[in-house]
Design a protein. Structure first.
Length: 144
């Protein structure tokens, strides 16, 4: 996907990546100042190289089979503030300054209004266990 004239991803970075069978790594996009998770995209080596060197987030579109830079058509750009690789090398955390909506539906994030029903442990939400083993109500207990 890269030509001989295009610089390659830094080999020191490339060797740390654990790609899927299609050569892709998941990229979690997060608003840099609020830590809000905005979306998930996919990057190959070239998309990551562009993201690291051009100041805007570039993804590999699995459905279209091409690179796309967030905001080129919508104006909802993502300005890169930082990129980190997780401990296993199979996911990136890309911190951005998001302009406008991150989701193609127009939502601020791709997760807005998409909560799934979940069963929670009521005992965890209603009480806690202190370090000395005593149960204490979450509200109204001043023991800390």
């Amino acid at each position: 996907m890269t030509s001989d004239a295009t610089p390659a991803l830094d080999p020191a970075v490339a060797e740390r990546l654990k790609r899927d069978d299609n050569g892709l790594v998941a990229a979690i996009i997060q608003q840099h100042d609020t830590r809000e998770v905005l979306m998930l995209g996919w990057m190959d080596d070239e998309a990551l190289r562009r993201t690291l060197t051009e100041g805007r987030v570039t993804f590999w579109s699995r459905s279209r089979g091409e690179y796309w830079r967030k905001g080129d058509t919508s104006g909802h750009v993502q300005h890169v503030k930082g990129v980190a690789l997780d401990c296993d090398g199979d996911a990136l955390l890309v911190q951005v300054d998001q302009v406008g909506a991150a989701c193609h539906t127009g939502s601020r994030t791709c997760f807005d209004g998409r909560d799934l029903p979940v069963v929670t442990d009521e005992s965890v939400t209603d009480e806690c266990v202190t370090t000395d083993g005593d149960k204490a109500a979450l509200e109204g207990d001043a023991r800390g």
